[in-house]
Design a protein around this ligand. Structure first.
Ligand code: NAP
Ligand code: MG
Length: 501
């Protein structure tokens, strides 16, 4: 066992040794004809568990459970009681934080601090934030000009906000615990039921959190959690005629497949997809602070992060000084297991992902970029790649255009101070998820923010995330927003009620 050399708490060890099946109707059931799938520790490449991936028949069972639960005891709960259940789940996550973090690090490879921030600070906070919304989902009263039936009569018109129904949620492997909270929070606050398809590479935290959900007291069928291959279990969910909405987080390519699959019964679809976010450093920026911000912007989660600021634009006047300081800073980042408290760069998720990332680095070299830091695989075992900086890149290079999803930052120099021209470069991508602007001039900051086409743009920081702040992508980075009050809307439908008085 890969875990043998690491000191894990007793709860984590016990959980690892138990079978990992499918949660349907609050019961852990064996798959009906699905797949047996190995789970690896990406820091060692060794198997740590195996689990059952769902078949089409399992998806049918899970959807049927969610459909039945929609009109069962769950529908009779008051909004306050729905909120209390979410709050209870968040409390159980707090009580089990050590195990949740260990499972995140073991299964995903992320540094312990990232697991703590994401899965045991942010995720329960987000559930509590959504718990608060359960009692604040309001319709409108509408003053109408044309009463029904009788133009001289009086009428009352109001709207009801109703749960959209059965939600199929599909999440990636890059931050399993917080991704799960992002789907559970709004679906449950609004009174929906869901079937959550987790990534087959990283199911462990999700199955552990699913147990906590049962313990919290959600009625059977409200939360169903399955793993399985995307092409099989994910596709069956996206195609399912009895699913009302798909909430998908993953790649842009699969997002397009989801849209096609949802056409059968015209499911509602929300998409949180890929990114290639710009970090623009103006000549008057505080260089030390900008360097200190640009490094985690690009390399947090080894760059396996949708918001990653992977296109760094440096004004010519500060370019060389910035590059020197950036190279020194990136060169000092320690690569290692997420259990090593000094390591900032954990492994990539799989050997396949590592080969993909190394391919981008080779392509950058071949196209004439200068690899000034890193550029190699590293480590005796596991899927590690050095944090890598590609300087002197140009707009057409593959490493500049495509989402690498690894620790690779591409740097471009710009000469102009014309904000339209700068924004045109920053927007020269199919994506529009995130971005940041670094300057000490407040007017420059706000004028540039207005010109950048992305769902969230930060000034003198990158990708600040908060439960209350809307998050999502423009262009091919997605449809809709998560977080904040906007994050509930994709889970609601509006019914207009007209009354002739
Ligand atoms: P992915 O390949 O698109 O997979 C995402 C999920 O979709 C996984 O659960 C996957 O199953 C499933 N899936 C794959 N093919 C499917 C199909 N045909 N039908 C239905 N489901 C299918 O993405 P990934 O490589 O796991 O994650 C990385 C991507 O996610 C990056 O592009 C990143 O930018 C994006 N991302 C976006 C956000 C955001 O909020 N905007 C956040 C995180 C990540 P498997 O278990 O088989 O993989
Ligand atoms: Mg995949």
């Amino acid at each position: 066992m890969a875990a043998a050399s690491i000191h894990l708490n007793a709860g984590t060890k016990r959980f690892l040794d138990e079978p990992h099946r499918l949660l349907i109707n609050n019961e852990w059931v064996a798959t009906d004809g699905g797949d047996t799938i190995a789970v690896n520790d990406p820091a060692t490449g060794l198997q740590i568990a195996e689990h059952e991936g769902a078949s089409e028949a399992d998806v049918d069972r899970a959807v049927a459970a969610a459909r039945a639960a929609l009109t069962g005891p769950w529908s009779k709960l008051s909004p306050a009681d729905r909120g209390k259940l979410l709050w209870k789940l968040a409390d159980l996550m707090d009580q089990n934080a050590a195990t949740i973090c260990e499972l995140e690090v073991l299964n995903n490879g992320m540094p312990m601090i990232a697991a703590q921030l994401g899965s045991t600070v942010f995720a329960p906070d987000y559930l509590r934030y959504c718990a608060g919304w359960a009692t604040k989902i309001l319709g409108d009263t509408i003053p109408t000009s044309r009463p029904p039936m009788d133009p001289d009569g009086e009428s009352l018109v109001y709207t009801l906000k109703e749960p959209i129904g059965v939600v199929g949620a599909i999440i990636p492997w890059n931050h399993p615990g917080s991704m799960m909270a992002l789907k559970l929070g709004p679906a449950l606050a609004t009174g929906c039921t869901l079937v959550l398809k987790v990534a087959e590479l990283t199911p462990l935290t999700n199955f552990f959190m699913a147990r906590l959900a049962v313990e919290a007291g959600f009625p059977p069928g409200v939360i169903n959690v399955i793993s399985g291959y995307g092409e099989r279990a994910g596709a069956a969910l996206a195609n399912h005629p009895d699913v009302d909405k798909i909430a998908f987080t993953g790649s842009t390519a699969v997002g397009k497949e989801i849209i096609k699959a949802s056409a059968g019964n015209l499911k509602r679809v929300s998409l949180e997809l890929g990114g290639k976010s710009p970090v623009v450093v103006m000549p008057d920026a505080n260089i030390d602070k900008a360097v200190a911000g640009a490094i985690p912007a690009a390399f947090f989660l080894s760059g396996q992060n949708c918001m990653a600021g992977t296109r760094l634009f440096l004004h010519a006047r500060i370019h060389d000084e910035f590059i020197d300081k950036l190279s020194a800073g990136v060169g000092m980042l320690k690569v290692g297991s997420g259990f090593d408290p000094e390591a900032f760069i954990g492994p990539l998720i799989s050997e396949r992902q590592r080969q993909r990332v190394l391919g981008y680095i080779d392509a950058a070299r071949a196209e004439g970029a200068d690899i000034i830091v890193g550029g190699q695989a590293t480590g005796e075992r596991g899927y590690f790649v050095q944090p890598t900086v590609a300087a002197n890149t140009t707009r057409d290079m593959q490493v500049v255009r495509e989402e690498v999803f690894g620790p690779v930052l591409s740097v471009r120099r710009f000469e102009t101070e014309d904000l339209d021209a700068i924004a045109a470069e920053a927007n020269d991508t199919i994506y529009g998820l995130s971005g940041s602007v670094w300057t000490q001039n407040i007017s420059t900051a706000h004028r540039l923010v207005k010109r950048i086409d992305a769902g969230q743009v930060s000034i003198n920081c990158h990708a600040a995330i908060d439960p209350a702040t809307p998050f999502g992508g423009n262009k091919q980075s997605g449809w809709g927003r998560e977080f904040g009050k906007e994050g509930l809307q994709p889970y609601l439908k509006t019914k207009a009620v007209s009354i002739m008085l």
